[in-house]
Design a protein around this ligand. Sequence first.
Ligand SMILES: Nc1ncnc2c1ncn2[C@@H]1O[C@H](COP(=O)(O)OP(=O)(O)OP(=O)(O)O)[C@@H](O)[C@H]1O
Ligand SMILES: [Mg+2]
Length: 251
Amino acid sequence: MVNQLEIRNLHAKIVDGETILNGVNLILPKGQVHAIMGPNGAGKSTLGKIIAGDPSYEITKGDILMDGESILEMEADERARNGLFLAFQYPVEVPGVSNANFLRLALQAKKGGEVNMMEFYGKLQKALQTLEWDESILTRYLNDGFSGGEKKRNEIMHMMVLEPTYAIMDETDSGLDIDALKVVAKGVNAMRGPNFGALLITHYQRLLNYIIPDAVHVMIDGRIVTSGGPELALKLEEQGYDWVKELAVTG
Ligand SMILES: Nc1ncnc2c1ncn2[C@@H]1O[C@H](COP(=O)(O)OP(=O)(O)OP(=O)(O)O)[C@@H](O)[C@H]1O
Ligand SMILES: [Mg+2]
């Protein structure tokens, strides 16, 4: 079995709308953490949502393979059950459903059966401890009235409890204060290991000081235009995207 998440020549458009992805190629080996950077509107969030199975987009060409198997025919919930996790750029508020209950149901759906409550609370406690967080967040309605930073930290908490095989984190660092950023990085780093791969979408090199990526990819106009190591993020911070945009035109 190929242990990787592979995006193969992916072209996609909004259903009844314009084309956003123009041939994305990207391989995330299990056990690695990769960063995706790129200017506003490049298609980063769209890529994340399409991997997670958002039905507002239509794939016109290419494939997404998880451990060698195409996942295109799977609905979003089936992809989640199979170990995919997307932490949203803008987490949705779910008034009326407590944070802990939502998470328990998600875990139950993933496991396909009743969740052992002791085990569930054990995982919750461990995640809260790593994230230096208080239990009071569990009884509140999911994301309802959460501050921007609390929403982001909560996404990481969910990820830690659900233990996905592949996680996509869309600007999890945006809106976090410097202490929260370190704590969230600690959570992600705690997940690292041979059975976990992650794509971190970010605008800022700063996050990558705390979560050192195995590779950095740059997306422009719906394609990965160049890739490199952590030094690429530093170069972008210093020089901006103009030089990559030129690569996009010539390449
Ligand atoms: N459902 C949609 N309806 C209309 N336009 C869309 C939709 N989804 C994506 N787009 C457009 O596709 C382009 C890519 O959007 P996307 O959110 O993927 O960019 P991004 O790289 O994540 O940008 P940012 O860094 O600002 O988050 C944008 O021009 C956006 O307006
Ligand atoms: Mg985005």
